[in-house]
Design a protein around this ligand. Structure first.
Ligand code: NAD
Ligand code: WQD
Length: 337
């Protein structure tokens, strides 16, 4: 099977790239490095001791995509590329709709013209919005609360309509909960360009001395200890879910949305404590105001992934903190050093 990865040099793309290569799948990584570094692909090459196809370019440009499809003739696409900062999407909604929604339409159009029938799409648990019940199952009403989340919702709907019009096509919409951690090697990992928005990279950068202290956004939520509770999924498990999903798409028809999480919530304070144990460093923190748009609790119902993909998360909180620290301490300034 030949698989095209849009955004293949990004955080989730690079770990999936590694997983697919280790499984012997023929891959092409397409990226414009707008939020990643070429060094990522060099490191994946070294780790696998294999060469694979790459293409530097913007996935939204029809000529770039046509060239890639003609050259590589993918059987399936895993579509990671896009913008992902919730706060920024409130300030620049049109940029988010153009990058994420219009870009995805161009990609589907190109797939159609080249007879490529299978897509795995990076969706997000953010499509659910405020929980009406927990855990979130795939039938939970969809009510995203920010433009970023709405781009994911709209793309899901567009893919559904596209699949409905093509009897032999297949799509898996993977709704990730909170991806964290790094490859065991410590050679690739999450490397945000600006001050991290997400909890784990922020804690990692405090531990390594790049940031002074963590602000915990609220300690008066209705949770075990008052801090926000999330379903953190190890990146290696997430990469394995993509491998299972692309195989599933290859062998089945239709469109399925599938949660990718562990089914268990971890609070911010629990994460801080686990990271301190893994790193042997103290994580200074202060309690700050709640962050606008945050929910108290979020965790996944995971039986559909097990049923359809024969996939479950294998890594726990200790693995998450150990691998995140291994990556951060080996690469204190990320890929650029
Ligand atoms: P990332 O920013 O690390 O990776 C995205 C990659 O796409 C980057 O390498 C970037 O350079 C590339 N890219 C962006 N625009 C491009 C374009 N126009 N043409 C070519 N390449 C382009 O992000 P990530 O964390 O790996 O996320 C991957 C996908 O998963 C995104 O669609 C994101 O919305 C989704 N997702 C991420 C999370 C998360 O917490 N990380 C959670 C849910 C869903
Ligand atoms: C986790 C918990 C914060 C930072 C986001 C996106 C979501 C998805 C995953 C893409 C919360 C708390 C955080 C900090 C803190 N991305 N926190 N101090 O908000 O669950 O999800 O990433 O699809 O769309 O919204 O993840 O890591 O930002 O926050 O106290 O400096 O940590 O309040 O309880 P979130 P997060």
């Amino acid at each position: 099977m030949r698989v095209l990865l849009t955004g293949g040099a990004g955080y989730i793309g690079s770990h999936t790239l590694l997983k697919l290569l280790q499984d012997g799948i023929d891959v092409l990584a397409l990226d414009n490095f707008s939020n990643s570094s070429p060094e990522v692909l060099r490191r994946v090459q070294k780790l696998t001791n294999s060469s694979f196809a790459t293409h530097v370019g913007d996935y939204r440009a029809p000529d770039v995509l046509d060239e890639v499809f003609e050259k590589f003739r993918p059987d399936a696409v895993i579509h990671f590329a896009g913008l992902k900062a919730v706060g920024e999407s409130n300030e620049k909604p049109l940029t988010y709709y153009a990058q994420n929604v219009s870009g995805s339409i161009n990609l589907l159009d190109c797939m159609q013209r080249h007879g490529c029938q299978n897509i795995v799409f990076s969706s997000s648990a953010t499509v659910y919005g405020e929980a009406q019940y927990l855990p979130y199952d795939e039938d939970h009403p969809l009510n995203p609360t920010n433009p970023y989340g709405r781009t994911k919702y709209f793309i899901e709907e567009i893919i559904r309509d596209w699949i409905a019009s093509r009897p032999h096509a297949s799509a898996v919409l993977l709704r990730y909960f909170n991806p964290v951690g790094a490859d065991e090697s410590g050679n690739i990992g999450e490397d945000p360009r600006a001050i991290p928005n997400n909890l784990l990279p922020y804690i990692s950068q405090v531990a390594v001395g790049r940031l002074k202290e963590l602000s915990i956004f609220g300690n008066n939520y209705e949770t075990r200890d008052g801090t926000g509770e999330r379903d953190y999924i190890h990146i290696d498990d997430l990469a394995a879910a993509h491998l299972a999903a692309v195989k599933y798409a290859h062998e089945n028809h239709g469109c399925e949305a599938i949660n990718v999480g562990t089914g268990t919530g971890i609070t911010v304070l629990e994460m801080v404590k686990a990271f301190e144990e893994a790193s042997g460093r103290e994580i200074p923190f202060k309690i700050a105001e709640r962050r606008q748009g945050d929910v108290a609790r979020s965790f996944a119902e995971v039986s559909k992934a097990q049923r359809l993909l024969d996939w479950t998360a294998k890594r726990d909180l200790t693995d998450i903190c150990r691998t995140a620290w291994n990556w951060q301490s080996k690469n204190p300034s990320g890929f650029e050093h």
